[in-house]
Structure formats: structure tokens, C-alpha cells
Design a protein around this ligand. Structure first.
Ligand SMILES: [Cu+2]
Length: 199
């Protein structure tokens, strides 16, 4: 009964039309077998007013932009979905899960979360080896907004979280994440950050 109450409250908060909250009219969903382990909503605010969702560049990531992160863990795989509203219209954003919570500057979020951590990476020299910095070992949620600034990114990675989970989602200035040797995972400066629990 407790679970039903929680789900109903979330449906009110996020709207049942897009989030697969259940109910008779929900469309079939290939992740329906997976359990939603985390759902978090945030609204971008300037650093001095932000709680969980920070914008560092209001032209690229306007205050008031709405973010929703859902994490679904299944059998040996995890699906992560990020839905955005009221960001900059018709724009690509490279987006990833990072290891640390957001802070007063974009760098506070630390490097990309990696399932298998690149042994060559250091705090000053993050992983750029495509053997580790790739969308199967990291969580990439690159997305493109429509004319209203709405959009979504989704990924399914072939692992479930162990002891370590990501702490945040970072939006970068580049429209797409690089994949080539020596630059893999690079996406330019950090324009926004969303502290979101992954479990
Ligand atoms: Cu990133």
C-alpha cells in the first residue's frame, strides 16, 4: 500500500503521460520489467540560489529549465533516462553521469562515472581512452532539444551499480560527446549540473 501511495504522488508531480507511472493507459515500455530505483526532479537555478540543479551559463542552460532523471535497474543492465524542458531550443547537449555532487563550480562534479575505472586517469587528467571512456562503460545522455527546449536522452548500459554510483548529471557546452582516441568523453565546458541520487 505504501508503494502505491508513493507512485501516485510521483504521477502527480511528473505527469503520467511520459514517465510510465503505470495505470491502465500507460504505453508498453521495454524497460517495464526493470524496477525504477530512483526518480529525481530539479529546476535549474543560478548558483547562489540552487539546491540540486545548478546553471553555470544561463544562455546555454536557462534558469527555470526542468530536469527529470529516472534510473531503472534490471537483470544485469541499467537504463537511465533524462527528460528536460525549457532548455535552449534546438540545441544539442553532451550530457553524462559524473562521480561527485554539483557545487559552486562545474568542476565540483568530478570526472565521468566509469563502471570499470581507467587506471591511467588522475584527478588532473581524466580518462580519454575510448576503452574506458565509452557509452557502455560510462553513462552518456546526449540529447537535442526541440523548438520549445524540450528533449530527452536515454541509455541502457550493460551493468548494474555495485558499491559506487554516480552523484550528478553534467550538461556540457558541446552538442555531442567525442569518441576518438585521446579525446573520448570530452565535451567542453560545463554549463549545468544536476545532483541526483542513482539509488
Ligand atoms: Cu561530462
Amino acid at each position: 500500500m505504501r508503494t502505491v501511495i508513493v507512485v501516485s504522488a510521483l504521477c502527480v508531480a511528473v505527469g503520467c503521460g511520459t514517465a510510465g507511472c503505470g495505470g491502465e493507459s500507460a504505453p508498453p515500455d521495454r524497460t517495464a520489467q526493470a524496477k525504477v530505483t530512483s526518480r529525481q526532479i530539479g529546476v535549474l537555478a543560478p548558483v547562489d540560489a540552487a539546491d540540486t540543479a545548478f546553471t553555470y551559463d544561463q544562455s546555454a542552460a536557462p534558469a527555470g529549465g526542468r530536469l527529470e532523471l529516472e534510473v531503472m535497474e534490471g537483470e544485469g543492465a541499467t537504463t537511465v533516462r533524462l527528460t528536460v524542458e525549457l532548455l535552449q531550443p534546438d540545441r544539442g547537449y553532451a550530457v553524462h553521469a559524473h562521480t561527485e555532487p554539483c557545487g559552486l563550480t562545474g568542476t565540483d562534479a568530478g570526472p565521468h562515472y566509469q563502471h570499470e575505472v581507467d587506471p591511467a586517469a588522475t584527478p588532473d587528467r581524466p580518462s580519454v581512452d575510448p576503452a574506458y571512456a565509452n557509452p557502455q562503460n560510462e553513462i552518456w545522455l546526449d540529447l537535442t532539444t526541440d523548438g520549445q527546449g524540450n528533449g530527452s536522452g536515454e541509455t541502457t548500459v550493460p551493468f548494474v551499480f555495485g558499491d559506487r554510483v554516480p552523484s550528478s548529471i553534467v550538461f556540457h557546452e558541446q552538442p555531442k560527446t567525442a569518441t576518438e582516441q585521446g579525446r573520448a568523453g570530452s565535451a567542453g565546458g560545463r554549463v549545468a549540473c544536476f545532483t541526483a541520487p542513482f539509488r
